[in-house]
Design a protein around this ligand. Structure first.
Ligand SMILES: [Zn+2]
Length: 345
């Protein structure tokens, strides 16, 4: 099969498009013929390498994958060959104290497709049947591959851990990212007012089309001052910040007294200067989240299947052009997801 493989960490040039033997499913696994995968920011971190973390190189990246079941192991039931499916990228044990409490992404043995084992940048993929979900005919493979990681991440952070409530004011920073477009739609369907921040007018226009109530160009103005002005000095109930270093203190200042700052990433750096006064005097809660439980995945994907959350796709590329996709994301010129098609020539 054709696959994109990372043999060593580095720039987009280390994404190598080459032949690789197709995998065979174990007793509890299915073999999926992949029709679409998508690029997530974590793919870029894995490609570059992270201090203190060993990835199993050579590795096929790609957390998201949608396609058709072609074979199933002897212990798998309910996933017949020919079934159109998508996967939950997170694999947890199902029986440790964290899984038992419903927090699968805190599992002692939590692993990710495309991070700890081969992922979706390939023509075929084997994964445990427990993370595979059939998709309705109304959903294209591209839409299905655009949704899981970012929608699960936003859902678990906002609905499960962030306890989002109707009527709340929500600030979303970097709204053009995949997580941002999902977070915006989740906030709107919950009945919140959305303050969308992005660095270009084009991205803000798209956010407005998705239902954002207030638009803030944070390349041109201080978003924390703008939030105080727009909320009559109160601040917002919830801030969604995966930007990190560039935005952190302003995010704390943008929350109302007792508000929540939710973080699920740090695309501009993970060690920002902080201001603890903003947390204790103003009693702001900082809530961290990564991925989510399988329950979160099923809840979020149900909304995708019903059309209540629409996967936002910036562009579709043949898998052989994965490098172009990574470069576009690193230049921050995309709104929504970049899709890769293993089967387009
Ligand atoms: Zn577990």
């Amino acid at each position: 099969m054709k696959a994109v493989i990372i043999h060593e960490h580095g720039g987009p040039e280390v994404l190598t498009y080459q032949d690789r033997e197709a995998p065979t499913p174990g007793p509890d696994e299915v073999l999926i013929e992949i029709h679409a995968t998508s690029i997530n920011h974590i793919d870029i971190w894995i490609r570059k390498g992270l201090p203190g973390i060993r990835f199993p190189l050579p590795l096929i990246p790609g957390c998201d994958a949608a396609g058709i079941v072609r074979a199933a192991g002897e212990r798998v039931s309910g996933l017949a060959p020919g079934t159109r499916v998508v996967i939950n990228p997170g694999i947890s044990c199902g029986h440790c104290e964290f899984c038992a409490a419903g927090f699968g992404s805190q599992c002692d043995s939590f692993t990710m497709v495309g991070e700890n084992r081969d992922g979706g940048y390939a023509e075929f993929l084997t994964v445990p049947a427990s993370i595979v979900l059939p998709i309705p005919d109304s959903l294209t493979f591209e839409e299905a591959a655009a949704a899981p990681l970012v929608t699960l991440t936003a859902w678990s952070m906002m609905v499960n851990k962030g306890q989002l409530r109707p009527g709340e004011d929500v600030l979303i920073l970097g709204v053009g990212a995949g997580v941002g477009t999902a977070a915006l739609q989740i906030a709107k369907m919950t009945g919140c007012r959305v303050f969308a921040a992005a660095g270009t007018e084009a991205k803000l226009d798209r956010a407005h089309q998705l239902g954002a109530d207030f638009l803030i160009n944070y390349a041109k103005e201080d978003f924390d001052k703008k939030i105080r002005q727009l909320t009559d000095r109160r601040g917002v109930d919830v801030v969604v910040d995966y930007i990190g270093a560039d935005t952190w203190v302003k995010s704390l200042r943008s929350a109302r007294k007792g508000g929540r700052v939710l973080t699920c990433g740090a695309t501009t750096g993970f060690d920002p200067r902080t201001d603890l006064r903003q947390i204790f005097y103003r009693q702001v809660q900082v809530i961290g989240s990564t991925m989510g439980s399988h329950r979160d995945f099923l809840d979020a994907m149900r909304c995708v299947f019903r059309g209540q959350i629409k996967p936002v796709i910036d562009r579709v590329l043949p898998m052989s052009e994965a490098r172009k996709g990574h470069e576009a994301i690193e230049r921050r010129e995309v709104f929504g997801k970049v899709i890769l098609q293993p089967r387009s020539k």
